[in-house]
Design a binder for this molecule. Structure first.
Ligand SMILES: Cc1cc2nc3c(=O)[nH]c(=O)nc-3n(C[C@H](O)[C@H](O)[C@H](O)COP(=O)(O)O)c2cc1C
Ligand SMILES: Nc1ncnc2c1ncn2[C@@H]1O[C@H](COP(=O)(O)OP(=O)(O)OP(=O)(O)O)[C@@H](O)[C@H]1O
Length: 149
Protein backbone atom coordinates (compact mmCIF):
# COMPACT_ATOMS: atom_id res chain seq x y z
CA UNK A 1 0.00 0.00 0.00
CA UNK A 2 1.68 3.21 -1.20
CA UNK A 3 0.44 6.32 0.59
CA UNK A 4 0.86 9.64 -1.22
CA UNK A 5 0.51 13.14 0.26
CA UNK A 6 -0.18 16.29 -1.77
CA UNK A 7 -0.37 19.80 -0.32
CA UNK A 8 -1.53 23.27 -1.25
CA UNK A 9 -3.85 26.21 -0.70
CA UNK A 10 -6.53 25.26 -3.30
CA UNK A 11 -8.24 28.64 -3.06
CA UNK A 12 -10.35 28.69 -6.23
CA UNK A 13 -10.34 25.27 -7.85
CA UNK A 14 -9.23 24.87 -11.48
CA UNK A 15 -7.97 22.10 -13.83
CA UNK A 16 -4.34 22.63 -12.73
CA UNK A 17 -5.32 21.52 -9.22
CA UNK A 18 -7.14 18.50 -10.61
CA UNK A 19 -4.14 17.53 -12.75
CA UNK A 20 -1.76 17.84 -9.77
CA UNK A 21 -4.05 15.65 -7.63
CA UNK A 22 -4.65 13.08 -10.39
CA UNK A 23 -0.93 12.74 -11.07
CA UNK A 24 -0.25 12.49 -7.33
CA UNK A 25 -2.88 9.78 -6.91
CA UNK A 26 -1.43 7.84 -9.88
CA UNK A 27 1.86 7.46 -7.99
CA UNK A 28 0.29 5.26 -5.29
CA UNK A 29 -2.78 3.62 -3.81
CA UNK A 30 -4.13 6.28 -1.46
CA UNK A 31 -3.98 10.08 -1.70
CA UNK A 32 -4.19 12.35 1.36
CA UNK A 33 -4.29 16.09 0.74
CA UNK A 34 -3.10 18.60 3.34
CA UNK A 35 -4.89 21.90 2.83
CA UNK A 36 -2.95 24.97 4.02
CA UNK A 37 -4.35 26.85 7.01
CA UNK A 38 -5.54 30.41 6.36
CA UNK A 39 -3.05 31.70 8.92
CA UNK A 40 -0.13 29.97 7.18
CA UNK A 41 -0.64 31.42 3.69
CA UNK A 42 1.85 34.28 3.97
CA UNK A 43 3.82 33.91 0.74
CA UNK A 44 0.98 35.44 -1.32
CA UNK A 45 -2.27 37.30 -0.61
CA UNK A 46 -4.50 35.53 1.92
CA UNK A 47 -6.98 33.11 0.28
CA UNK A 48 -10.40 34.45 -0.77
CA UNK A 49 -12.15 31.32 0.52
CA UNK A 50 -11.91 30.23 4.17
CA UNK A 51 -10.02 27.03 5.01
CA UNK A 52 -13.16 24.98 5.81
CA UNK A 53 -14.63 25.73 2.38
CA UNK A 54 -11.32 24.97 0.62
CA UNK A 55 -11.14 21.68 2.54
CA UNK A 56 -14.69 20.60 1.61
CA UNK A 57 -14.10 21.20 -2.08
CA UNK A 58 -10.77 19.33 -2.15
CA UNK A 59 -12.31 16.42 -0.24
CA UNK A 60 -15.02 16.09 -2.93
CA UNK A 61 -12.54 15.62 -5.80
CA UNK A 62 -12.34 12.17 -7.39
CA UNK A 63 -8.61 11.46 -6.93
CA UNK A 64 -8.72 12.45 -3.24
CA UNK A 65 -9.10 9.67 -0.64
CA UNK A 66 -8.56 11.86 2.44
CA UNK A 67 -8.33 15.62 2.92
CA UNK A 68 -7.35 17.41 6.09
CA UNK A 69 -6.43 20.89 7.28
CA UNK A 70 -2.74 21.26 7.97
CA UNK A 71 -1.25 21.90 11.38
CA UNK A 72 -1.07 25.54 12.47
CA UNK A 73 2.51 25.38 13.74
CA UNK A 74 4.28 22.21 12.60
CA UNK A 75 4.05 21.16 8.95
CA UNK A 76 5.63 17.78 9.74
CA UNK A 77 3.00 16.75 12.30
CA UNK A 78 0.38 15.59 9.72
CA UNK A 79 3.16 13.86 7.76
CA UNK A 80 4.26 11.99 10.91
CA UNK A 81 0.66 10.81 11.37
CA UNK A 82 0.04 9.76 7.76
CA UNK A 83 3.55 8.32 7.21
CA UNK A 84 3.39 8.57 3.39
CA UNK A 85 5.85 6.81 1.10
CA UNK A 86 5.63 9.76 -1.35
CA UNK A 87 5.09 13.52 -0.95
CA UNK A 88 4.35 15.42 -4.15
CA UNK A 89 5.20 19.06 -4.77
CA UNK A 90 3.36 21.09 -7.39
CA UNK A 91 5.31 22.81 -10.16
CA UNK A 92 5.18 26.22 -8.44
CA UNK A 93 5.46 25.25 -4.78
CA UNK A 94 8.29 27.22 -3.23
CA UNK A 95 10.01 24.30 -1.47
CA UNK A 96 13.51 23.10 -2.37
CA UNK A 97 13.22 19.33 -2.86
CA UNK A 98 16.61 18.47 -1.37
CA UNK A 99 16.08 20.71 1.67
CA UNK A 100 12.64 19.16 2.25
CA UNK A 101 14.10 15.62 2.00
CA UNK A 102 16.74 16.57 4.57
CA UNK A 103 14.17 18.05 7.00
CA UNK A 104 12.03 14.93 6.64
CA UNK A 105 15.02 12.71 7.43
CA UNK A 106 15.81 14.83 10.51
CA UNK A 107 12.29 14.06 11.74
CA UNK A 108 12.71 10.34 11.06
CA UNK A 109 10.43 10.46 8.01
CA UNK A 110 11.74 8.81 4.86
CA UNK A 111 9.18 9.87 2.25
CA UNK A 112 10.31 10.33 -1.35
CA UNK A 113 9.67 13.86 -2.70
CA UNK A 114 8.37 14.02 -6.28
CA UNK A 115 7.78 17.21 -8.29
CA UNK A 116 4.64 17.14 -10.51
CA UNK A 117 4.85 19.21 -13.73
CA UNK A 118 2.54 22.10 -14.57
CA UNK A 119 -0.74 21.81 -16.47
CA UNK A 120 -0.96 24.42 -19.24
CA UNK A 121 -3.58 27.13 -19.49
CA UNK A 122 -3.75 30.79 -18.58
CA UNK A 123 -6.69 30.15 -16.23
CA UNK A 124 -5.12 27.12 -14.51
CA UNK A 125 -4.10 29.42 -11.64
CA UNK A 126 -6.13 30.80 -8.71
CA UNK A 127 -4.42 34.19 -8.88
CA UNK A 128 -4.99 34.47 -12.66
CA UNK A 129 -8.71 33.70 -12.17
CA UNK A 130 -8.94 36.41 -9.50
CA UNK A 131 -7.10 38.84 -11.79
CA UNK A 132 -9.54 38.07 -14.60
CA UNK A 133 -12.54 38.63 -12.33
CA UNK A 134 -11.13 41.98 -11.25
CA UNK A 135 -10.41 43.02 -14.84
CA UNK A 136 -13.74 41.96 -16.30
CA UNK A 137 -16.25 42.44 -13.47
CA UNK A 138 -14.90 45.41 -11.55
CA UNK A 139 -17.30 48.39 -11.37
CA UNK A 140 -16.85 50.68 -14.41
CA UNK A 141 -14.51 53.63 -13.93
CA UNK A 142 -15.46 57.21 -14.88
CA UNK A 143 -14.72 56.48 -18.56
CA UNK A 144 -17.15 53.59 -18.57
CA UNK A 145 -14.54 50.88 -19.20
CA UNK A 146 -14.39 48.10 -16.61
CA UNK A 147 -11.70 48.55 -13.99
CA UNK A 148 -10.34 51.85 -15.32
CA UNK A 149 -9.51 54.55 -12.76
C1 LIG B 1 5.28 18.37 3.23
C2 LIG B 1 4.40 19.55 3.45
C3 LIG B 1 3.59 19.62 4.57
C4 LIG B 1 2.79 20.73 4.80
N1 LIG B 1 2.05 20.79 5.93
C5 LIG B 1 1.32 21.91 6.19
C6 LIG B 1 0.60 22.03 7.41
O1 LIG B 1 0.62 21.16 8.28
N2 LIG B 1 -0.12 23.18 7.61
C7 LIG B 1 -0.18 24.19 6.68
O2 LIG B 1 -0.86 25.17 6.90
N3 LIG B 1 0.52 24.08 5.52
C8 LIG B 1 1.26 22.98 5.27
N4 LIG B 1 1.97 22.89 4.10
C9 LIG B 1 2.02 24.03 3.19
C10 LIG B 1 0.82 24.24 2.28
O3 LIG B 1 -0.02 23.13 2.16
C11 LIG B 1 1.23 24.75 0.92
O4 LIG B 1 2.06 23.83 0.29
C12 LIG B 1 1.95 26.06 0.99
O5 LIG B 1 1.10 26.96 1.62
C13 LIG B 1 2.29 26.56 -0.41
O6 LIG B 1 1.22 26.21 -1.19
P1 LIG B 1 0.69 26.84 -2.51
O7 LIG B 1 1.66 26.49 -3.58
O8 LIG B 1 -0.61 26.15 -2.63
O9 LIG B 1 0.53 28.30 -2.34
C14 LIG B 1 2.78 21.78 3.85
C15 LIG B 1 3.57 21.71 2.71
C16 LIG B 1 4.37 20.61 2.49
C17 LIG B 1 5.25 20.56 1.28
N1 LIG C 1 -1.57 24.80 -13.53
C1 LIG C 1 -1.15 23.92 -12.61
N2 LIG C 1 -0.57 22.77 -13.01
C2 LIG C 1 -0.15 21.84 -12.12
N3 LIG C 1 -0.23 22.00 -10.77
C3 LIG C 1 -0.80 23.14 -10.31
C4 LIG C 1 -1.30 24.15 -11.20
N4 LIG C 1 -1.79 25.15 -10.45
C5 LIG C 1 -1.62 24.80 -9.16
N5 LIG C 1 -1.02 23.58 -9.07
C6 LIG C 1 -0.62 22.88 -7.85
O1 LIG C 1 -1.75 22.72 -7.01
C7 LIG C 1 -1.36 22.88 -5.63
C8 LIG C 1 -2.18 23.98 -4.99
O2 LIG C 1 -1.89 25.16 -5.70
P1 LIG C 1 -2.35 26.62 -5.26
O3 LIG C 1 -3.51 26.50 -4.38
O4 LIG C 1 -1.17 27.42 -4.84
O5 LIG C 1 -2.93 27.15 -6.67
P2 LIG C 1 -2.34 28.20 -7.68
O6 LIG C 1 -3.31 28.27 -8.78
O7 LIG C 1 -0.92 27.86 -8.02
O8 LIG C 1 -2.40 29.53 -6.80
P3 LIG C 1 -1.75 30.94 -7.12
O9 LIG C 1 -2.08 31.27 -8.54
O10 LIG C 1 -2.41 31.82 -6.11
O11 LIG C 1 -0.27 30.76 -6.87
C9 LIG C 1 0.14 23.24 -5.65
O12 LIG C 1 0.86 22.06 -5.46
C10 LIG C 1 0.34 23.76 -7.05
O13 LIG C 1 1.67 23.62 -7.52
Amino acid sequence: MIRVVATGTFDILHPGHLYYLEESRNLGDELSVIVARDANVKHKPRPILPEDQRLRMVRALKPVDHALLGDLHDMFRPIAEIRPEIITLGFNQHFDEEHLRQRLRERGLDAEVVRIPGYPGSLASSSKIIERVLNTRAPPGPTGSPGEE
